[in-house]
Write a protein that binds this ligand. Structure first.
Ligand SMILES: Cc1cc2nc3c(=O)[nH]c(=O)nc-3n(C[C@H](O)[C@H](O)[C@H](O)COP(=O)(O)OP(=O)(O)OC[C@H]3O[C@@H](n4cnc5c(N)ncnc54)[C@H](O)[C@@H]3O)c2cc1C
Ligand SMILES: *[C@@H]1O[C@H](CO)[C@@H](O)[C@H](O)[C@H]1NC(C)=O
Ligand SMILES: *[C@@H]1O[C@H](CO)[C@@H](O)[C@H](O)[C@H]1NC(C)=O
Ligand SMILES: *[C@@H]1O[C@H](CO)[C@@H](O)[C@H](O)[C@H]1NC(C)=O
Ligand SMILES: *[C@@H]1O[C@H](CO)[C@@H](O)[C@H](O)[C@H]1NC(C)=O
Ligand SMILES: *[C@@H]1O[C@H](CO)[C@@H](O)[C@H](O)[C@H]1NC(C)=O
Ligand SMILES: *[C@@H]1O[C@H](CO)[C@@H](O)[C@H](O)[C@H]1NC(C)=O
Length: 601
């Protein structure tokens, strides 16, 4: 009870404070000559979703100077980047990065999709925009730091967003519900609904309703389960991408362009790869970075902090190259250890993605669909199948005792989630196409990222460890059976679907056959990689503390999805903006201390 009051009070305080926007001045894109003449307070490594958010917040103070170093170029406002229906982001992805052979997926290796462009993932992603279940964030708080739960994050979800409700007629026709009180109305990212629905989306919706898959009773953002219409990071009028980089349209603001002409204290250099952090003993004093054009190796100093925001694959890679990571790995490559933190690169998580193909009696337009069923484990199948899921205990896998302890703690919370109606373990989305995607969003398996050379330009070994915990495969099995139940209802049967790859023709009760089919076609990634520099205690395999500062060194913090201890059930990028909004409010910790020490007063 006290916790709730405290949260309410803090939410009030934070939202009041969060609305203050100091006026901005001038700014620019720079080259390495300018960089060499400037000494920055902060250097942000990677100008992606999280990186540009913290850079924007920090440069609100005209006395704080910030340099962002980004590997990719600026996009050119291409239609296939901006217009959802023309979506084709391939040219701005990191090319040729594949995972290691996935031992539980018949040794297949998988392409690892990541943005290599200013704006990072937010420039290339599918624009799905939503918060996960409240309890997912509460688990961050329990594993890591105070204030990262739903109550602490809500004001920043609001601050990052300009939400536009759907047209009332459209909303009524498509039964779209939302809770106005948990959305924001003047933040940098536009969130809106598509104004059009694909004809066969309705078949899926009606099919789900006929199986009593309920719509969320409260706001979908808090219950995190049920049948929902998808919200997109999209401008409500131009219907084009809203992202951390650019605005091509009048009234269309986002993180970078809002300040591009405004702040002299804010520099960005593109097409350069940061190769390591430079230390004086254990204090970060600068970075080394490489021109992609000339291969010239450059160095620049930093006064206060290096902020890691190169994404959940490259941030641990760069820390390991800098001497922060598991000592044995660093020694094997003759890298001097600055601090031995086994957790750097461990705990890799992602959503699993299973595509199920159909042939239909009619030709259907290939789309991504507009709705999704988010399913708690207990709703994903009949109770008898739930009982057969091999829940505990499969030992968590890692070479490092501290990391195993952390996995154990996560596992307890995940088992709570599995028993709950307040979050989902998986989701089912009819892509029309004709195809269904089944997602498993609360995996127990864990993977890792490890450097394989001393060069940042070589790819690290990316092992998703997909379904190495057999429970994850059983949950996918349950979800794909649920998908069959949906397809078997009259609204879907009206389309005449015949299931094809991967499991068409395999009987429902042939569990082994279905598992094998899933293994043979499961993608270990949905491009939602996270959690490789986890916010947990160091003794639990953690890498950063509750203020997102890396343990054991001075002046290194993390602002991308790497710091999450455990993957939330929803599309991730909204949460990255939120965390970036919150990260550099230094009075936070003071206020926290003050309120907590005041006790139940
Ligand atoms: C194809 C695709 C579709 C997706 N669809 C969705 C979706 O619909 N909804 C959703 O919520 N999420 C989606 N995601 C995921 C989401 O976009 C990411 O989770 C999010 O962008 C990650 O943010 P980040 O800040 O952690 O890293 P990023 O946004 O990836 O930023 C990292 C940046 O660092 C740069 N970088 C890396 N190494 C270096 C280096 N050595 N030096 C300098 N810079 C470097 C990269 O080029 C990149 O710009 C999708 C992702 C992809 C790739
Ligand atoms: C910036 O620094 C100058 C000189 O030290 C000081 O006068 C001014 O108040 C500072 N501005 C802010 C917003 O802190
Ligand atoms: C996967 O690779 C390992 C090691 O090379 C091998 O032992 C195993 O038999 C392979 N599995 C399959 C299904 O090919
Ligand atoms: C519309 O939503 C309400 C509650 O949100 C629900 O009771 C009703 O069943 C829904 N109708 C359809 C057709 O989905
Ligand atoms: C899940 O099942 C419970 C209990 O039958 C029901 O109350 C709830 O509405 C269901 N949720 C979904 C998303 O179907
Ligand atoms: C890892 O490095 C070794 C030695 O340089 C090389 O042979 C191997 O191909 C690398 N592995 C990958 C997956 O890049
Ligand atoms: C499913 O269909 C898509 C689109 O036709 C195709 O690209 C894909 O290879 C198919 N999947 C399988 C496993 O056959």
């Amino acid at each position: 009870m006290f916790g709730r009051t405290l949260r309410a009070l803090l939410s009030l305080y934070f939202s009041a404070a969060a609305n203050a926007h100091p006026a901005a001045k001038y700014a620019r894109v720079v080259d390495s000559t300018t960089v060499s003449k400037t000494k920055y307070d902060f250097i942000v490594v990677g100008g992606g979703t999280g990186g540009l958010t913290v850079a924007d917040r920090l440069t609100e103070d005209p006395n704080t100077s910030v340099l962002v170093i980004e590997y990719g170029p600026f996009d050119q406002g291409e239609e296939d980047i901006l217009v959802p229906g023309l979506y084709n982001p391939g040219k701005y992805l990191w090319p040729n990065i594949f995972s290691t052979s996935q031992r539980a997926l018949n040794n297949a290796s998988s392409f690892v999709p990541m943005g290599a462009v200013v704006g990072g993932g937010s420039t290339v992603n599918a624009m799905m925009f939503r918060a996960a279940a409240a309890i997912d964030y509460d688990h961050w708080e329990r594993l890591g730091g105070w204030g990262w739960g739903w109550g602490g994050m809500l004001p920043y979800f609001k601050k990052s967003e300009t939400f536009t409700p759907p047209d009332p007629e459209f909303a009524k026709k498509h039964n779209i519900s939302w809770d106005a009180s948990i959305h924001g109305y003047d933040g940098p990212i536009y969130a809106s609904f598509s104004g059009y629905d694909y004809p066969s989306s309705k078949n899926f919706w009606d099919a789900a309703v006929s199986l009593k898959i309920s719509q969320p009773e409260g706001p979908q953002e808090e219950t995190g389960s049920g049948l929902c219409v998808l919200l997109r990071a999209m401008h409500p009028e131009t219907k084009s991408r809203s992202y951390s980089r650019i605005g091509h349209f009048v009234g269309y603001v986002s993180y970078f362009d809002r300040v591009a002409k405004a702040r002299s204290n804010y520099h960005i250099i593109t097409e350069h790869a940061v190769s390591k952090i430079l230390f004086d003993k254990r204090k970060a004093v600068g970075v080394e970075y490489i021109s992609r054009e000339t291969a010239e190796v450059l160095r620049t100093k930093v006064k206060k902090e290096v902020i890691m925001a190169a994404g959940s694959i490259h941030s641990p890679q760069i820390l390991q190259l800098s001497g922060i990571g598991p000592k044995a790995l660093l020694e094997s490559l003759k890298i001097e250890t600055i601090v031995d933190i086994p957790g750097v690169g461990q705990n890799l998580q992602d959503h699993l993605d299973l595509k199920i193909n159909y042939t239909c009696a009619y030709t259907l337009l290939r789309t991504r669909g507009n709705n999704i069923a988010l399913l708690p484990l207990k709703n994903s199948t009949t109770l008898s199948t739930y009982d057969t899921i091999t829940l505990p205990p499969f030992p968590p896998q890692s070479t490092y005792p501290s990391v195993i302890q952390g996995y154990d703690a996560q596992r307890q919370l995940l088992l709570d989630s599995y028993a709950s109606y307040q979050t989902s373990v998986g989701s089912i989305s009819w892509d029309t196409g004709p195809q269904t995607t089944v997602y498993m969003v609360k995996p127990l398996s864990r993977g890792s990222v490890s450097i394989n050379s001393t060069s940042v330009l070589d790819k690290p070994l990316i092992d998703f460890g997909a379904v190495t915990d057999p429970t994850d495969l059983d949950v996918l099995l349950a979800l794909s059976r649920r998908n069959r139940e949906i397809t078997a209802t009259p609204p879907m049967q009206a389309l005449g679907p015949v299931e094809g790859a991967p499991a068409g023709g395999i009987a429902d009760d042939d569990a082994d056959g279905l598992r094998e089919a899933i293994r043979a076609s499961l993608a270990p990634t949905n491009a939602h990689m996270c959690c490789t520099l986890a916010m947990m205690e160091r003794e639990m395999g953690g890498v950063v503390d509750g203020d997102l500062k890396v343990y054991g060194v001075e002046g290194v913090s993390v602002a991308d999805a790497s710091w999450w201890p455990v993957i939330p059930a929803g599309a991730p990028h909204a949460s990255i903006y939120t965390a970036g909004e919150r990260e550099y409010l230094n009075w936070n910790s003071v206020l926290t201390w003050f309120i907590l020490s005041c006790g139940p007063c």
